[in-house]
Design a protein around this ligand. Structure first.
Ligand SMILES: [Zn+2]
Length: 307
């Protein structure tokens, strides 16, 4: 089986979008790679995530191990708390358009990343529709065309968010972790928007794995991790900033091994070409090594195995 990787670039913060996206565009262009970018369009309230240090013991471990302030930038750690929350889309319009002009796919990550990640399960259908609609409206205003796909912040989805997403003519979503593409089932309903999961662990997770200390161990892990077609999520605020050299090395290792790169919509179109063989899978939540909190999955038995 050909080894293939689709790069899914989540842009969560203002600094990540403003500084990380241009750097990622440069290093992808240098390697002739097309990726799929998902933009957070509304307020950057990343500083509110600091609250998790005090409320979630597991997250504290992650924050310390991955040295979040150096990973994300100190300013980002204060947005929405002592600094006002800036609107990401409105401050980065040219950068978002630049990603499209460079030939990459783009889509909606969300409006308020922190609010969705922390609060989705407490949000009503109407509140989710407002939040999701605001993100799509801002995307349309800036990019000039409707988004054809979206990726839920923090891989947090439920029956209500799928119902809201189903109202749009999306080619696919990418809301979950693990396994092959499927049609999600939740709340007694099977949805017809194809879900294309992230299959590999993310660098911000593996950096917290004690057995992978140092760049050489990280590179060796990602080099052996590609089997068949993988979706690899990176973060503009991490791989586009403090970890761009390590990410470049990972890309070069994959290229040296003959890994081909494709986009999420290419995976979606391939999969929909054999629609009758695509399974329906019930959504559930799971925990992943190196990540605080839970993520949504359609394949709960799929455990990324730390080396
Ligand atoms: Zn995100």
């Amino acid at each position: 089986m050909t080894a293939r990787v689709a790069l899914k670039v989540d842009c969560d913060t203002l600094e990540g979008t403003r500084e990380g996206v241009p750097r990622l565009l440069d290093l992808l262009e240098a390697r002739g790679i097309r990726a799929t970018f998902y933009f957070t369009l509304g307020p950057d309230r990343s500083g509110v995530a600091i609250r998790r240090i005090f409320t979630r013991p597991g997250f504290l471990t992650k924050m310390i191990r991955s040295r979040a302030p150096s990973l994300y930038g100190w300013r980002t750690m204060l947005y929405g708390t002592v600094l006002p929350a800036p609107r990401i889309g409105a401050r980065t319009e040219e950068i978002l358009r630049g990603a499209g002009r460079a030939g990459h796919e783009t889509g909606v990550h969300g409006w308020d990343h922190v609010g969705w990640h922390d609060g989705l399960d407490r949000m009503s259908l109407e509140a989710i529709a407002r939040e999701y609609g605001a993100a799509h409206a801002e995307y349309l205003r800036i990019l000039g065309v409707p988004a054809r796909s979206s990726a839920a912040p923090g891989w947090t989805a439920n029956a209500r968010s799928l119902e809201v997403q189903e109202e749009r003519a999306l080619l696919h979503t990418s809301d979950t972790r693990g396994g092959s593409p499927f049609f999600p089932r939740a709340g007694g309903r099977t949805f017809r928007t194809l879900e294309v999961p992230t299959t590999l662990p993310t660098l911000d997770e593996t950096l917290a794995w004690p057995e992978l200390s140092g760049d050489a161990a990280q590179r060796a892990f990602f080099r052996q991790a590609v089997h068949g077609t993988e979706v690899h999520t990176i973060h503009a605020e991490v791989e586009g900033r403090s970890k761009s050299a390590l990410f470049s090395a990972i890309l070069d290792d994959w290229a040296a091994d003959g890994v081909a790169f494709l986009t999420l919509s290419e995976i979606a179109r391939e999969t929909l070409g054999r629609r009758e063989r695509v399974p329906a899978r019930e959504l559930s939540r799971t925990r992943l090594p190196g990540r605080g909190g839970e993520v949504t999955t359609g394949w709960p038995e799929t455990e990324p195995a730390p080396a």
